[in-house]
Ligand binder design. Sequence first.
Ligand code: 6PG
Length: 479
Amino acid sequence: DQLTFGMIGLGTMGRNLLLNMADHGFSVAGYDKNPAQSELLEKAWANDAGESKTVVKGFTDISAFVGSLKSPRAIMMLVPAGPIVDSVVAELLPLLDKGDIIIDGGNSHFTDTMRRDKALEAEGYHFFGMGISGGEEGARRGPSMMPGGDKTAYEFVKPVLNAVAAKVNGDPCVTYIGPGAAGHFVKMVHNGIEYAVMQLIAETYEVLRKGLKMDNAAIGQVFTDWNAGRLQSFLLEVTSDIFKYHEPGETQLLLDSIKDEARAKGTGKWTSQVAMDLVTPIPAIDSAVSMRDLSKYKAWRVQAAGMYGDEIAPLAVDKDAFLASLEQAFFFSMITTYAQGMHLLASASEQYSYDLNLAEITKIWRGGCIIRAAFLETMLSAYQADSSLKHLLLAPAVQAIIQETVPGIRTVVGTAVAAGIAVPTYATSVSYFDAFRSANMPSNLIQAQRDYFGAHTFELIGKEGVFHAQWQGKEATNP
Ligand code: 6PG
């Protein structure tokens, strides 16, 4: 019997997703150039299969792999983003028939997906780009998936995707996102939000250890407590576990031995780059990207610490009250971060005609993905209550939480900045909000300056047209 689904790239993600499909009764094939990987796939299934008769077959020969699949073939690639995706497609095409389906399940840049979508459609193949979130565990037990592009192809593989996806109240965390590169765009913004929330947690760690002088056990307890309340989220859960983890035989936390230089594969940076192109402010994500970048300048930081000092005096605060403020600050900033991400999705939907359904996207982010959090239920109700909601901060349900938590973020940012603790993502979150709620921004002055030195013109309140002033001449004649 021929197999239902094929996977190219049998790293942890590819292997786990195939095993997940096999759990649900789909017979599958995996291909990897590296024989060790295809052996590992078969061994893993031999281990997990139990009574199941479902077939999981590993291949190191691409034609044999393609030949093992039912027609029309459904083949997913889970390979590193970039030129490797193009070379895999090039290797695959001569072996396929028109009408076969190619799915890119990696974190490809959406402009690459746009290009591949057009090229492959023109040649008679079905292509779709699909963001997959949830890491290793998600792939094995239920990821959140964001497919976009060729809808016919999506409908064809929908039963497989629905079966393997994470479920929330029985709903699978997968939905058709939109045409073209919509799926990869939405996954990219998911990752941007992921970067900012991770940075907020890191800043919290910094305030707790350097400001409140708490030890690891106490810090871990804060994250555990937060995760048991309204801040419940996968990223806090992960963090709480990290604060308990020792290598076998070690007394010290592994965390304390890890270098303080953060790496990145690009999705956060791409989110910021695109946001600038789409004139959409997402400062929380921008600052999270910048802080990963700053962390890499370790030698300069050490030198500067010697020059300027990096000692932080203990915060003169009531600890319990301050911890309560910190909880509010985190909730506030988490919400403004999601709001910024959703704003970017709304902008992209318009610019690229993705026709995104923000309620549906929120729905499939409630389970399986890295940014899943209890707050998404509130976000979902906000979008369900008002499908034309322009910005999350304009939703009444969100307004109530923001009003309740804003005192906390003011206390935390004010105190941390005064003490010399770096909290850029917290700080930018409250400043974004303060500007957002300003009926009058100081941008009239920017316009005046632009016109002063560059004759860039300005618009006047209550008057049609554009104007230019003789700024220097006026200054000279009216001293
Ligand atoms: C996910 C993650 C996943 C990956 C990130 C890591 O949703 O499962 O986002 O895609 O862990 O891409 O990104 P960085 O290496 O850039 O931190």
